[in-house]
Design a binder for this molecule. Structure first.
Ligand code: GTP
Ligand code: SPV
Ligand code: MN
Length: 590
């Protein structure tokens, strides 16, 4: 208990809500979090004493910890995630739905008495720079100190701010969470957008348990955004400065484990650095986008930290991430070396002594780190983190990029001819599934705007909302599609990716500036020969032409499939998307 902490006055509606949940769950204690480092240290020490957190080697990784989650609790569980609106149609075919009363009843049963002997933590947080008019409030009640530590790093835990704004009448998102018994058969993640409420039981992992992230900042926020005229999106935000020192801001939506963190932290290759190109990070996962008075789209990152994929992170692929992973990090489900250092696949040095479950590791056991192993770290520890991430107004977005994992068809880069085509291509995105969610990986599925698991309402209405936002902007961002994941006949990636992706960003910026032309590939505009700068890359001509081709037959089949997919959102599918799809089919055939 943080006995020494002076408690801010808790508004009556908050106090009543906490008391009601405490009556239901029966905790031994209630801890009101103050968000201080002393609190972080105290809770970390408590978890270490309980064996739920392992301190890493203090010489190589000061203030770093390893957490091993339950082996059945290692990723988001989309099949157990529900959006519970009064009308089923509001949630749409893209969400699993339950009537709110039924979901509440089920959760009441699960929550009943579940915190006996445990501590109930009250975590008041702000999403977004606290002085931003776009910032939003939430409070998570949880019985997991590990969740509290993660929220400390990933959100702004500011009780005074939160309680005084609530006392002033501001709404807040009410998150209820218990790890329960970590039984996959007693696990649900329920969202009630009409009540600004979330109830989560039975998981302690990531997006299931850190309710501020996907549950609040995407599912609930997307609902609020639609009502209030903005967008809550699964997007990184980066700032790129050209060799002339001109700044541009790009927001990019890639599905889970498809490269957002890496792109947001891109380090330009030496020739680009020497020429003056710079990339800085504003966000790596979520963007809240608001139409500004100037007719542009402005973005804030609601988060204050990163919950990033560990495997594959190395000095070669993401040096910025490596620099921030040396101190003050919570690692979840990585392997461990004999001298207490974290280890994962992709690291060039060290060997694991233990796997992510703590079992002595032998090569034949396969990966030592879980493929969805994660790091939790404050954004300010990232060398490329931009002070503009704290700007209350956000940054003006020049380009929106959609991307996914597609072994074929989708070219390295193309530009939508206009906003409507951008919305159509975004709505039609498909990507191979990854270890970020439970279930099979590598299965191609449609994932509109990378929001399939995260949109809190009917996709038909969501596409309509995107069209309306675009129409309201005097200077809408350019819309682009990228694909770093084309594979050759040997199964390897055709494009080197990572830092080299700046070549694609450069083309995007030059298109936005109107400096280069493009050829019309019907489904989008593509780089003309020589406009995509490729010096220094070992790419042969045939690979390059594959990366930038428009396979007309393949796209004809794709458009037919997209049409069938979009049929699923009738009768709410915007007629304008349907018309554009028809026009594309005709143009491709003609
Ligand atoms: P979430 O945090 O789940 O939303 O994932 P993310 O979109 O932030 O993906 P992240 O940047 O963590 O990358 C996921 C995996 O893809 C990691 O193993 C990366 O090493 C790998 N990856 C990222 N960018 C590239 C790229 O340009 N090329 C290739 N081949 N792999 C990449
Ligand atoms: C994702 O799956 O997109 C993540 C990880 O960022 S989690 O927070 O677990 O959802
Ligand atoms: Mn990420």
């Amino acid at each position: 208990m943080a006995a020494a902490v002076t408690m801010p006055a808790i508004p009556a509606n908050v106090a009543e809500w906490i008391a009601a949940f405490a009556r239901l769950t029966g905790p031994a204690r209630v801890h009101f979090c103050d968000g201080s480092e002393a609190e972080f240290d105290m809770l970390a020490a408590r978890l270490v004493a309980e064996g739920k957190l392992i301190p890493l080697n203090p010489d190589t990784h000061p203030r770093c910890f390893l957490h091993r989650s339950h082996p059945d609790d290692v990723a988001r569980v989309e099949h157990l995630t529900f959006v519970c609106t009064r009308e089923r149609d509001e949630a749409g075919p893209n969400n699993q739905w339950l009537p709110p009363e039924q979901a509440h009843a089920r959760m009441r049963e699960l929550f009943s008495g579940c915190m006996r002997g445990r501590t109930l933590y009250v975590v008041p947080y702000v999403m977004g720079p606290p002085d931003s008019p776009y910032s939003r409030l939430g409070i998570e009640l949880t019985d997991s100190a590990y969740v509290v530590l993660n929220l400390h790093r990933m959100t702004r835990v500011l009780p005074d701010r939160v309680y005084s704004r609530i006392a002033g009448g501001e709404p807040f998102v009410r998150g209820l969470h218990s790890v329960g018994e970590l039984d996959p058969n007693r696990r649900f993640i329920m969202h009630y957008p009409e009540e600004l409420a979330i109830e989560s039981y039975g998981s302690g992992y990531g997006g299931n348990a850190l309710l501020a992230k996907k549950c609040h900042a995407l599912r609930i926020a997307s609902w609020q955004a639609r009502q209030e005229g903005w967008l809550a999106e699964h997007m990184l935000i980066l700032r790129i400065e050209t060799s002339e020192g001109e700044p541009y801001h790009i927001a990019a939506a890639f599905p889970s484990a498809c490269g957002k963190t890496n792109l947001a932290m891109l380090v330009p290759p030496p020739a680009y650095r020497a020429a003056g190109w710079r990339v800085s990070t504003i966000g790596d996962d979520i963007a809240w986008l608001h139409p500004g008075a100037d007719g542009r789209l402005w973005a804030i990152n609601p988060e204050a930290g990163f919950f990033g994929v560990v495997p594959g992170t190395s000095r070669a692929t993401n040096p910025n991430a490596m620099a921030m992973l040396g101190e003050d990090v919570i690692f979840t489900n990585v392997g461990l070396t004999a001298d207490g250092q974290p280890w994962w696949e992709g690291l060039s040095e060290g060997v694991p002594a233990y796997d992510w479950q703590g079992r002595p590791w032998r090569r034949e056991m396969g990966p030592a780190a879980h493929p969805n192993a994660r790091f939790t770290v404050r954004a300010s520890r990232c060398p490329s983190y931009s002070p503009l991430a704290e700007s209350p107004a956000g940054v003006p977005i020049d380009a929106i990029v959609f991307g996914g994992r597609r072994a074929d068809l989708v070219p390295l880069v193309m530009q939508a001819q206009d906003w409507t085509q951008g919305v159509l291509l975004g709505a039609a995105m498909a990507s191979e599934t990854t270890a970020a969610a439970s279930g099979a990986t590598g299965v191609l599925r449609r994932d509109p705007m990378a929001m399939q698991p995260f949109c809190g309402y009917h996709f038909g209405d969501y596409f309509e909302h995107w069209l309306r936002i675009g129409a309201s902007l005097r200077s809408p961002p350019g819309v682009f599609l990228v694909n770093w994941f084309r594979r050759g006949t040997d199964g390897g990636f055709l494009w080197p990716g990572f830092g080299e992706n700046i070549r694609v960003l450069e083309w995007i910026v030059r298109r936005v500036r109107g400096e280069v032309g493009a050829w019309d590939g019907v489904v989008g505009w593509l780089p003309e020969e020589g406009d995509l700068r490729l010096e220094g890359l070992a790419l042969d001509g045939s690979t390059l032409s594959r990366l930038l081709e428009v396979d007309r037959e393949g796209w004809a089949a794709e458009l037919a499939d997209i049409g069938r997919f979009l049929d699923g959102f009738e009768p709410r599918l915007p007629e304008r998307l349907r018309e554009r799809l028809r026009a594309l089919k005709r143009a491709l055939a003609g």
